[in-house]
Ligand binder design. Sequence first.
Ligand SMILES: C[S@@+](CC[C@H](N)C(=O)[O-])C[C@H]1O[C@@H](n2cnc3c(N)ncnc32)[C@H](O)[C@@H]1O
Ligand code: SF4
Length: 336
Amino acid sequence: MTDFKIKKTETIPAESVQNGFVNEFLRDIDNLSSHETENPSDIRADFLLHYDKSRWKEVVSEPENTLQVFITDRCNLRCPECFYGQWLSTAEMSLEEYKQHVLKYSSQANKVTLLGGEPTLHRKLVEIVEFNASLGLKTTCYTNGIRTKRLEAVMQKPEMAKLTSIRIGIHGLTLSEKPLRDVPKTDIPVTIVYMLAEYNKHELMDAVNFAENNFNCAGFFISSLREIEKTGDYWVDTPRTVPINQYAHIVQSFVDHYNGDVQKLHLSTRGVLVTENQDFMGVTKCRFGSILGDGSKVIAPLDISINRTSPELTFDQQQCVRHHKCVLQKIILERI
Ligand SMILES: C[S@@+](CC[C@H](N)C(=O)[O-])C[C@H]1O[C@@H](n2cnc3c(N)ncnc32)[C@H](O)[C@@H]1O
Ligand code: SF4
């Protein structure tokens, strides 16, 4: 295991101005770019994430089986890096088709993730979320955040709000096709998912500050762009993607310097980050099953962009082919 702590964490005084920790963070990641070159032999090594235990507690939970449904191929954006870009069209799954898919797998999965395309464009979005709730299934809706108004109606019903979470995926604060700054404001609780890329890594700390000041930010999720459709290999980078080692250092630097109010941090492990409490070694089989807009089925989400379909979905049976443990696990830190 590589202990990659960049420097000892010092508690940042409460009076420290926000710019202070943004600058510290930027200095850390700039130093990293200049003298941390990627060593291919450590790419798959574990990196031990440190966090201040007087400020954060780690949430350890059992992985759950998740059905991901790409309910529409329509989208109001065209992000150049989108892994689903090749399927974007005007096609949309009907409510009946959706119900059939979900009923088929509802005994195997505990929750449903709605994706696309842009799920908030689906004409029957509210009915879809209500249907999931009627089966006792939790729903997570991934959205670019442009049309969260549709979801406000859902979240107004307390019984629905309990089972529904909304994740706004952004590719920068000011940069990209979907910068956080351009997302219309909403009062409903949202988790902001920051897809880290080479071109936006400098905006990460400003983005979390913006999220907490402008949204009802239930959580901040750091994940990262991969361009598997271009490389065919999860571990191979493109000029847009952040190399694994650098990703681990950036997340560590973020956890060291972030001193804002967001109550929950979700940190994608990318198959390398571990903590003293969790090494994720037990999670080696794929807990996901995806149904694309045309009804085709893909077990491991990373296989979507390379169109590796399966005749049937299985949960917790297929060994991960990318790594010796799941690269999609996350570390959750909750504010004490
Ligand atoms: C395909 S989008 C569909 C939902 C919605 N339109 C959105 O943008 O959030 C689902 C998620 O995948 C992310 N994403 C897009 N391209 C990606 C890539 N090449 N690698 C990793 N994640 C990607 C998006 O930022 C978003 O969080
Ligand atoms: S908004 Fe979402 S689905 Fe649409 S192009 Fe961007 S990442 Fe892809």
